[in-house]
Design a protein. Structure first.
Length: 297
């Protein structure tokens, strides 16, 4: 699939999917839930200031379940508790501090983190690329260790499986396609590729280290006589650190006209946590990916 609209057209669910918006005290967060693209599939649960939320709903003649809560901490605690009680299929961060929200998510006693690592995945619709591309991690894990990179790959594969890609092609990004012993991330990429090929060969095609041009351009691969299933056809690219992937993600949207949907993986439910500068369309597409990845779908 090349476009988010393809994902939207192919989505189906026998029941409404319960989205919990934590601290839904601003109109922008509520509007994203009621975007026409995703509205028909959702049963919104809005946690926060009852008066503020009710005013927004009445103004637009929308209906939703409201769970009253006043402080950011209370909103986050209620959202996480409702997930644990299987009352919510996925969460969305509303108008509250990211640190407050994530503190409740990762709380050792009451939280919902279940993989040992929360990671950010971004699904990108890129005009110059022939299919949707998942990039990770440009938003959460600053300097992933070798084992953490394996978790990033696992989360990326989970998302691609959910949207219908059975055996995704994973590229472990580096400056060049040959292992450079002077660059630790290059060495790790080669080790991870060999280990995953031996441990779980059926979960994905994987190549690393591989440069971005080889991962995404079949023309470049042909010129360099580089033969690998991932070359020119990657579904997932994993970077050495957050700076690399953050720069790549913003380059795609700002310079290449890409559309992006972001998701936090590693909790018992998907989490939509987009930036305040995100467009309503980006928020709606992020919700769409969470719908695919939720238990309710």
């Amino acid at each position: 699939m090349k476009k988010f609209d393809d994902l939207l057209a192919n989505f189906s669910s026998e029941q409404k999917i319960r989205i919990g918006v934590v601290c839904a005290n601003d109109e922008v967060s509520i509007q994203a839930v009621f975007n026409p693209m995703v509205r028909p599939f959702l049963a919104p649960i809005l946690i926060g200031d009852e008066a503020l939320i009710s005013a927004v709903l009445q103004r637009h003649q929308w209906s939703a379940t409201i769970i009253p809560a006043m402080t950011e901490e209370e909103c986050a605690a209620i959202g996480v508790a409702m997930v644990k009680g299987e009352e919510i299929d996925f969460l969305m961060k509303g108008h509250l501090q990211t640190r407050t929200f994530l503190k409740a998510v990762v709380d050792r006693e009451k939280g919902i983190a279940n993989s040992g690592l929360l990671s950010h995945v971004a699904l990108n619709e890129i005009p110059a690329y022939h299919k949707l591309l998942l990039t990770t991690d440009g938003g959460m894990v600053t300097a992933p260790t070798k084992e953490e990179k394996k978790v990033l790959i696992k989360h990326g594969i989970e998302v691609m499986n959910k949207i219908g890609v059975e055996k995704p092609k994973v590229g472990l990004l580096a400056a060049a396609e040959k292992v450079n012993p002077k660059i630790n991330s290059s060495v790790e990429a080669g080790e991870i590729m060999k280990e995953l090929q031996a441990e779980t060969p059926d979960c994905c095609w994987i190549d690393g280290p591989i440069s971005l041009d080889l991962a995404l351009s079949s023309d470049t691969a042909a010129i360099k006589h580089y033969e690998n299933p991932v070359a020119g056809d990657a579904d997932i690219v994993v970077g050495p650190d957050i700076t690399t992937m953050n720069v790549l993600g913003k380059s795609l949207t700002i310079l290449a006209g890409a559309k992006m949907a972001g998701l936090i993986m590693g909790a018992s439910v998907p989490i939509v946590m987009v930036s305040r500068g995100s467009t309503e369309e980006e928020k709606a597409y992020s919700i769409l990916i969470a719908m695919y990845c939720s238990k309710g779908a």
